[in-house]
Design a protein around this ligand. Structure first.
Ligand code: P6P
Length: 341
């Protein structure tokens, strides 16, 4: 008989954590994580069946970003809105797929949290079986702010929790509530996310850099110089390039193996492509909690005061050594320019 393996589900883990972190939470916070767990289990079931039913392909409409919506985008968004909207703890939901926040009228002492999410990042990769992901970020609702959009526009440093689910060779949920990073693998035999990685730490240095090299000629000089240094051994060894083109996959590898992921600004997209609130912020919180760093090329991602829900930001995120080398490179390359020399 197989040796009995102790299992800790994500719900059990959050209850243990919240006794330490949120003693006043009265199970409210764990109900949020349960909502995300339920929704992402349903999403993964559809992602896994892609091609067997009618899940693949475009819906024939575009989302608020002007991007063509995939059928699974719509499904994932609806599942998260449904599973989280039923939780009294949720005051507001903000999705990449919805132009405005979805608000809920709650009784006075409930509705304390705002959940911001990208329901299915990288969905254009589904048709070719490349891993995709769900990314989420949780804030407290400011008691005093009545305007939904203003209530959402909080810097990443105010996040209560953040995480992602990567629908890859296995389905893994990674999250932090500010006391370390934990990973849970969906165990199909029990239908639960089970603790698989305790206190995840990003290696001090890795051997991969991750960027879309097709755009390199459009990057600012400091980014071009930095990539050249990664390639020529200036950081102590030469690097290999790995780029899946699915943010959650590229970040998950960086979290586990170390290295650096970059989505730089370009001449045509001065703010880059990725979204601050539901892509850069949650991953930056996780990276910082795991000993890594995340910047927009000027300052910390989590220090940025958002001005719009769907605003974009350049993103450089990864291990301490690579991130310090990037900051150094920016100083060396941009200082003379800034000084007008
Ligand atoms: P590019 C997927 O469409 C996505 O939003 C992220 O998941 C990914 O990191 C990025 O875009 C890839 O963009 O311009 O390299 O194809």
């Amino acid at each position: 008989m197989e040796k009995f393996q102790m299992i800790t589900t994500i719900q059990q883990h959050v209850l243990q954590q919240q006794e330490e972190l949120f003693p006043d939470a009265r199970g409210i916070f764990s109900s949020l994580i349960s909502g995300i767990s339920l929704a992402t289990k349903a999403i993964q079931a559809q992602v896994r069946r892609a091609g067997l039913g009618d899940q693949l392909g475009a819906v024939g409409s575009t989302n608020v970003q002007g991007e063509e919506q995939q059928k699974l985008d719509v499904y994932a968004n609806q599942m998260l809105l449904h599973c989280l909207g039923r939780r009294d703890a949720v005051a507001m939901l903000v999705s990449e797929e919805n132009k405005e926040p979805v608000t809920f009228d709650r009784a006075r002492d409930t509705g304390r949290y705002i959940v911001v999410f990208d329901p299915l990042d990288g969905s254009s990769n589904i048709d070719v079986n490349v891993p995709v992901g769900t990314i989420f970020s949780i804030f407290r609702r400011p008691e005093w702010e009545r305007d939904p959009t203003k209530a959402v526009l909080q810097p990443g440093s105010k996040q209560v929790a953040a995480g992602y689910v990567v629908y890859g060779s296995s389905t893994i949920l990674v999250y932090t509530a500010g006391r370390g990073v934990f990973g849970f693998t969906l165990d199909p035999s029990v239908g639960a996310f089970v603790l698989a990685y305790e206190n995840m730490k990003m290696p001090e240095q890795g051997k991969y850099y991750s960027v879309n090299e097709a755009n390199v000629d459009k990057f600012p000089p400091a980014y071009q110089e930095y990539l050249a240094r990664l390639r020529n051994g200036s950081l102590g060894h030469e690097y290999s390039s790995r780029y899946v083109g699915s943010l959650v996959s590229d970040f998950h590898r960086t979290l586990l193996k170390g290295g650096v992921f970059l989505y730089p600004p370009t001449k045509t997209h001065a703010s880059g492509k990725l979204r601050l609130m539901y892509e850069a912020n949650p991953l930056a919180f996780i990276a910082e909690q795991a000993g890594g760093m995340a910047t927009n090329g000027i300052g910390k991602i989590t220090d940025i005061q958002p001005e719009a829900i769907h605003q974009r930001t350049p993103l450089v995120i990864g291990s301490r050594v690579e991130m310090e080398a990037f900051a150094q490179c920016v100083r060396e390359v941009e200082a003379p320019v800034a000084a007008g020399r």
